[in-house]
Design a protein around this ligand. Structure first.
Ligand code: ASP
Ligand code: MG
Length: 452
């Protein structure tokens, strides 16, 4: 069996959904489990609905909901040819919308929005889109069954960033999804969402449908996990920033992991974890232009090489120097405790005798975090930074890597460097103003000579 995940842009409208149907048809003999994301922007709209309701503006929230409903309605009207089918799905979608309205009323009345309610509201995006895809697949003659992720995707209760309870999830995948595949049916389910053991919908973080596909693949021991998206695969850099990027045909699990960790948008950072353990290959493919894509698998990555450059914007640097120069380890322990308590996912750190610098995504920065760190040392925060990360294998041995990178960066101000913890990445922290030119220059320097 295989898992086929389609992202938001791969099912954003009628044409895109038709492509999904065609692609699933082409893979029907491989016992696919189809994992669907919400249609493009739907999760943003649902988040906005929740936030608008929390201000007490129920009408404003309902206006956005009406738009979301209409977008799905247009797809149904134009995609499904049988009126009976269209009416059935419209009925279900109507019901979902009524349920969202009840949640909106509650939030607006209380002017209070908990992560749990946000997740309940956001869970509808994937449920709406997957209903439509399942119906379209059935209309096309495939025996597709819609299955709610709540039947198997059991998670902890960290709403907004839930993690799967793998042994429960695997067991349920075997009892609910596997029998469908064994009957020759195609299972259609949702990415992004799960359920707690007490029956509350959770989400696993933005863009986490890739992660869902990987969890399902690992749980069912799939032969392959396919991620259908809107780019040709993993590229040497982001094509929106850099000209002349190249597609990487094959990449190792570890390299793909580092790329997603340092911000490559093509894969959610947690995606590689479940599949790596089971050595299940991942294929990244373009749904608008199916080609060979990129295959992530066990492969020989023992020769020194650079594979790709990833840039992440909106990065903050947090610096802390202890009030008293006592025990280094106690100071660092204190810092890590604070960062851990505040759930800060660090991208990289550097330490000197007593100083600490850690970098992470700006959205995790809170006054509370800074306040707690002030008790340990003099704390400062610098915003408006970007990380530029070069990913590959055995980087310390890549000939003249540092010389090429620093020559390309010219007079750029490098705020921090992280290198050596793994031989697979070199991270440079830069100011955001000139980042576009800088990444272009580094890409030219590293890939112009055909080293990819
Ligand atoms: N729909 C979710 C999001 O937009 C999950 C995903 O698309 O992967 O974040
Ligand atoms: Mg994605």
């Amino acid at each position: 069996m295989i898992v086929m995940k389609f992202g938001g842009t791969s099912n954003q409208d009628v044409a895109a959904m038709r492509r999904v149907v065609k692609i699933v048809h082409e893979h029907r003999s491989q016992a696919p489990v189809v994992v669907i994301s919400a249609i493009a922007q739907a999760t943003n709209q649902l988040e906005m609905i929740a936030r608008t309701a929390a201000t007490g503006d129920r009408e404003g929230a309902e206006e956005i909901l009406t738009d979301l409903f209409a977008r799905h309605g247009t797809i149904i009207d134009n995609l499904l040819t049988s009126r009976a089918n269209a009416r059935e799905i419209e009925g279900i979608i109507h019901e979902y919308v009524s349920e969202i309205k009840i949640l909106v009323q509650g939030v607006a009345a209380l002017r209070e929005l908990t992560p749990r309610t946000t997740d309940a509201i956001c869970s509808y995006g994937e449920r709406l889109s997957s209903r439509i895809v399942a119906a379209a697949l059935r209309e096309s003659g495939l025996d597709a069954v819609w299955i709610d992720a709540k039947e198997f995707m059991i998670t902890d209760d960290r709403f907004g960033n839930a993690r799967p309870l793998m042994s429960h999830t695997s067991r349920l995948l075997h009892s609910t999804v596997l029998p469908l595949l064994e009957q020759g049916r195609i299972a259609v389910t949702q990415g992004f969402i799960g359920i707690t053991q007490t029956g509350r919908y959770t989400t696993m973080g933005r863009e986490s449908s890739d992660y869902s596909a990987s969890i399902i693949g690992a749980g069912l021991n799939a032969r392959l996990v396919q991620i259908w998206t809107d780019v040709d695969g993993i590229l040497t850099a982001d094509p929106r920033i850099v000209e002349g990027v190249r597609k990487i045909n094959e990449i190792s699990f570890e390299e793909a992991f580092e790329l997603s960790y340092f911000g490559a948008k093509v894969l959610h950072p947690s995606t590689m974890v479940p599949v790596m353990e089971k050595k299940i290959s991942v294929q990244i493919l373009n749904s608008t232009q199916p080609g060979s894509g990129t295959l992530v698998s066990i492969m020989d990555d023992s020769s020194p090489r650079v594979r790709s450059i990833v840039v992440k914007n909106n990065v903050v640097a947090l610096r802390c120097a202890p009030h008293e120069r006592n025990d280094q380890y106690l100071f660092w322990e204190g810092i890590y405790n604070v960062l851990n308590r505040n759930g800060i996912p660090l991208s990289a750190i550097a330490t000197s005798e007593y100083g600490f610098i850690g970098i992470f995504d700006e959205r995790y920065l809170t006054d509370g975090l800074q306040g707690e760190l002030q008790t340990l040392g003099t704390t400062s925060v610098e915003k408006g930074l970007s990380s530029l990360c070069i990913v590959g294998s055995r980087l310390p041995e890549v000939k003249a890597l540092m010389a090429s990178v620093f020559a390309a960066l010219g007079s750029a101000t490098v705020r921090m460097i992280s290198f050596g913890a793994s031989e697979r990445s070199l991270l440079l922290l830069l100011q955001s103003e000139n980042i576009k030119g800088e990444v272009q220059a580094v890409h030219r320097a590293l890939f112009a000579a055909g080293t990819a």
